[in-house]
Design a protein around this ligand. Structure first.
Ligand SMILES: Nc1nc2c(c(=O)[nH]1)N[C@H]1C(S)=C(S)[C@@H](COP(=O)(O)O)O[C@H]1N2
Ligand SMILES: [Mo]
Length: 201
């Protein structure tokens, strides 16, 4: 039997029940910045996005070409492993389904690589099927440099360290190769609903 009667728990933060993964709190209007190093600055003329590795023909878009790709707007909740979550964040970007195109069956994993050297690894299945984007807009504006502008990965169903800032491309691979935080003891997959925070969780 429930010990707290409905209506007696007050108006709690955390949105509707079931929306906050275990061990997380609602950060509200704030948007913390978490970066392992300085913000890399790259002129847009020198920016491109590359898909390489286990693919017959590598794919590449200049900034101007990337701008012309069909953009989607998506509103999602994000969850950082340091335990803040933020509800209803609105992003604009290009679906990974479109960017990766026809991927050979052998490519089961991806590594996102970035200006500044950050990397993060994901199973291909976690970035296809409308689950991931390369976003260049946040809340109706160009993505701010401290949040990964000009463009970052957005994989909202995994902890936010998988959403690589200043992303420059995706490497497709037959084998799973741990990225930056994954090498330093963070969980290889990072599902917030399973609390996959650290290796062994
Ligand atoms: N390139 C790069 N991407 C990164 C990081 C980083 O240090 N470098 N930090 C990750 C972590 S741990 C988190 S929680 C989010 C933070 O994104 P934010 O600064 O926009 O909140 O970016 C992720 N992507
Ligand atoms: Mo994080």
């Amino acid at each position: 039997m429930a010990l707290v009667t409905r209506g007696f728990s007050g108006r709690r933060r955390g949105g509707p029940p079931g929306r906050l993964p275990p061990g997380q709190y609602d950060v509200g209007d704030g948007f913390p910045v978490l970066s392992a190093g300085p913000v890399p600055r790259r002129h847009l003329d020198a920016w491109d996005f590359t898909v390489r590795g286990e693919i017959a023909e590598p794919r590449r878009w200049s900034w101007a070409e990337f701008q012309r790709l069909p953009h989607e707007t998506t509103t999602v909740d994000i969850h950082c492993v340091t335990s803040w979550s933020k509800f209803d964040t609105t992003w604009s970007g290009v679906s990974l389904d479109l960017l990766l195109g026809d991927v050979p069956a052998e490519a089961e994993y991806v590594v996102a690589f970035c200006d500044g050297g950050y990397t993060t690894n994901l199973p291909l299945a976690d970035v296809l099927g409308g689950k991931a984007w390369v976003v260049d807009g946040y809340a109706g504006k160009p993505l701010a440099p401290e949040h990964g502008g000009p463009a970052r990965l957005l994989v909202p169903h995994l902890y936010f360290w998988k959403s690589a800032k200043w992303v420059r491309g995706i490497e497709l691979s037959r084998t799973d190769r741990p990225g930056f935080w994954e090498t330093f003891g963070y969980h290889n997959h990072g599902d917030p609903w399973q609390q996959q925070r650290y290796a062994g969780d």
